[in-house]
Design a protein around this ligand. Structure first.
Ligand code: NAI
Length: 247
């Protein structure tokens, strides 16, 4: 039977306080999972989610760029739940600039938040999942990681790096029952894209066959598919969620 539901599954989502991460947290709760989200601040939606899904959501205060804090977050989940079935590496930032003006500081900050954090969480989680002989890791890349983008050399490099990380881990631990995949969103309506000017928005929409920006829920649907047992024969894959922009 095809299984989209996550009943009795334990999930950890980084950067789950708002935007795409929050939509993933909601989708997982709706699908029956017990969810932990790791972010620096507690979600504005936390109380509402706790009321709707009592005892199934927990916040882990965490800077995802810290090895100690990432390790402690994973340890907490394993101590409480005894296992981790799903990890979503979602936390990310942008610090855009033209390449010649890009500082090493902004390069390092974006690589560390977007790529190194995925390494820091995936390592202890993959160890736990290989012990369990099951698990699904989903990483949030970007179409920019596939296509490149002027003004986003640091961000594009971090998102391309995610794809290399996904495919390498997928090859290493597939035989032990763990799947590793990426999604590559295009333009999605969140705080991250809220700063775009009207002119950039209009031009971007013209390049999207579905003629609109995506929603966080559009992305969460693809993450749910890859996290669930509906995708048990898929690993090392990158699914674009971009309204057709990158085809
Ligand atoms: P957002 O800015 O709304 O949310 C980012 C999340 O990451 C927040 O929860 C924030 O607290 C968390 N975060 C950032 N740095 C952190 C740190 N050091 N420690 C702990 N948490 C941290 O952004 P959005 O749009 O929801 O992005 C989520 C992911 O989707 C990111 O990886 C982003 O690169 C990716 N993405 C977004 C697209 C878009 O158009 N919005 C397109 C393609 C990819």
């Amino acid at each position: 039977m095809i299984q989209f539901d996550l009943k009795d599954k334990t999930a950890l989502v980084t950067g789950g306080s708002r935007g795409i991460g929050l939509a993933v947290v909601r989708a997982f709760l709706d699908a029956g999972a017990r969810v932990w989200y790791a972010s620096r601040t507690r979600s504005g939606a936390h109380d509402e989610l706790e009321a709707s899904f009592p005892g199934r959501i927990s916040w882990l205060q965490c800077d995802v760029t810290s090895e100690a804090e990432a390790g402690a977050a994973v340890e907490r989940v394993v101590a409480d739940a005894g296992r981790i079935d799903i990890l979503v590496n979602n936390a990310g930032i942008t610090k855009d600039n033209l390449f010649f003006r890009m500082s090493l500081e902004d390069w390092d900050a974006v690589l560390r938040t977007n790529l190194t954090s995925a390494f820091l969480f995936s390592k202890p989680v993959a160890r736990q999942m290989t012990r369990q002989k099951s698990g699904s890791i989903v990483m949030v890349s970007s179409v920019v990681g596939l296509m490149g983008n002027g003004g986003q050399a640091n961000y594009a490099a971090s998102k391309a790096g995610i794809i290399g990380l996904v495919k390498s881990i997928a090859r290493e631990i597939g035989s032990r029952g763990v799947r590793v995949n990426a999604i590559a969103p295009g333009f999605i309506e969140t705080d991250m894209t809220a700063e775009l000017s009207e002119a950039v928005r209009e031009k971007s929409v013209q390049a999207i066959p579905l003629s609109r920006f995506g929603s966080s829920d559009d992305v969460a649907g693809a993450v749910l598919f890859l996290a669930s047992d509906a995708s048990t024969y898929i690993t090392g894959e990158v699914i674009r969620v971009d309204g057709g922009m990158g085809m």
